[in-house]
Design a protein around this ligand. Structure first.
Ligand SMILES: Nc1ncnc2c1ncn2[C@@H]1O[C@H](COP(=O)(O)OP(=O)(O)OP(=O)(O)O)[C@@H](O)[C@H]1O
Ligand SMILES: [Mg+2]
Length: 285
C-alpha cells in the first residue's frame, strides 16, 4: 500500500545563510497510522508539520502526501489540496477571533466542497456536525456557543481548534501539541474523539506532544532528534528575514506564531485568495 506520507532526502532551513533545521533521509507514514512525534523544544517538530502540510517547502528533497508531490504543486493547487485533505490543529490554535465557535469550526467547509460534503454525510447540517464534535469535547453549552472565541479560555480555544480540524473528516490530521492546555478529563475525551474519528474515516494522524503519558496510545513514535541529521544550535537565535509576516503581539512564541499565521491563512483561504501572499517561502537553492 502506498504510504500517506513519504519524505525523501529532505533538507530545510529557514534562512539562506542559516543552518539546516531538518535533514531527513527518509520517512514514511502508512494510511491509518497514528504517529506520535516527540523531541525537545526547538528541535523542528512544528517545522516538520508545516512541511507536511505544504505550508513551507524544502530547499531539497521530495515530500509526497496522499501521492501528491507537494514540492511540485503550484501554490494554488497546494492550498486547494490542503483545504480538501488536511486537518491541522495549530500549536497556537489560529482561531478567527471575530467569529463565534460554530463559525470557526465550520470554516473548513466554507473553503472545501469536499470537506463540506463529508461533514454533511455525517450530520444533517454543518452546524449539527460542529455541535456533534463540540459535544464530544464538552463545549456544547448554549451560553458558551454565543461567546466570541476570543473570550474563551485557552483550553476551550484548543478544543474549538480541534473540532475545526476534524470537521469534514480529512484524510490526514496534523496536531501540534493539541492537548497542552487541557486538564486530564478533557485530554482523555479529546484523544478518544480523535482516535474514534480517525478510525471511522481511516484517517492518518501525526501528533506532536511533550506529554509522555500519551505515547503508549499511538502505533509508533518518531523521535525527531534521532531521525533528523541536521545539527543546529537551538540556543542561538536566528536572524529573521525582513519579509517575515507580522504576527499578533499577543502571540508570544514568534517562530511558532509565524508558522501558524502562514498556515492558517493558507488553510482557511479559498484558492486564489491572499494565502499565497502571506506564504513566505524560504529560499530555494
Ligand atoms: N518562522 C521561523 N523563522 C526562522 N526560524 C524559525 C521559524 N520557525 C522556527 N524557527 C526555528 O526553527 C527551529 C525549530 O523550531 P520549531 O518551531 O519547529 O521547534 P519545535 O520542535 O516545534 O519547538 P516547540 O516544542 O517549542 O514547539 C528553531 O531553532 C526555531 O528558532
Ligand atoms: Mg512547536
Amino acid at each position: 500500500m502506498t504510504p500517506v506520507i513519504r519524505l525523501h532526502e529532505l533538507r530545510f532551513r529557514w534562512c539562506a545563510q542559516g543552518p539546516d533545521i531538518l535533514a531527513i533521509d527518509a520517512l514514511e507514514v502508512s494510511a491509518g497510522e497514528r504517529l506520535f512525534v516527540e523531541g525537545p523544544s526547538g528541535s523542528g517538530k512544528s517545522t516538520l508539520l508545516g512541511l507536511l502540510a505544504g505550508v513551507n517547502l524544502p530547499q531539497q528533497g521530495r515530500i509526497e502526501v496522499l501521492r501528491q508531490p507537494l514540492d511540485q504543486l503550484s501554490p494554488a493547487v497546494r492550498d486547494r489540496f490542503r483545504a480538501d485533505h488536511i486537518g491541522y490543529i495549530f500549536q497556537l490554535f489560529n482561531l478567527i477571533p471575530y467569529l463565534g465557535i460554530i463559525d470557526n469550526v465550520t470554516l473548513p467547509a466554507r473553503f472545501s466542497h469536499r470537506r463540506r460534503q463529508r461533514a454533511l454525510a455525517r450530520s444533517p447540517s454543518l452546524t449539527a456536525e460542529a455541535q456533534r464534535l463540540l459535544a464530544h469535547l464538552d463545549l456544547d453549552q448554549p451560553g458558551l456557543l454565543r461567546q466570541p472565541v476570543s473570550e474563551l479560555s485557552i483550553g476551550q480555544q484548543q478544543r474549538v481548534a480541534a473540532a475545526r480540524a476534524l470537521l469534514g473528516s480529512p484524510e490526514l490530521l496534523i496536531a501540534d501539541e493539541p492537548t497542552s492546555s487541557l486538564d486530564t478529563d478533557r485530554r482523555r475525551a479529546f484523544i478518544e474523539l480523535l482516535f474514534a474519528e480517525c478510525a471511522e474515516m481511516g484517517s492518518t494522524l501525526v501528533f506532536v506532544s511533550h506529554d509522555p503519558s500519551l505515547e503508549g496510545l499511538f502505533d509508533r513514535t518518531l523521535r525527531l532528534p534521532e531521525l533528523n541529521r541536521a545539527v543546529h544550535h537551538q540556543s542561538a537565535p536566528m536572524q529573521r528575514s525582513a519579509s517575515e509576516p507580522v504576527v499578533a503581539p499577543e502571540l508570544t512564541a514568534p517562530s511558532a506564531a509565524a508558522t501558524a499565521t502562514r498556515a492558517t491563512a493558507a488553510t482557511v483561504a479559498a484558492p486564489g485568495m491572499p494565502a499565497e501572499q502571506s506564504e513566505q517561502q524560504p529560499p530555494r537553492p
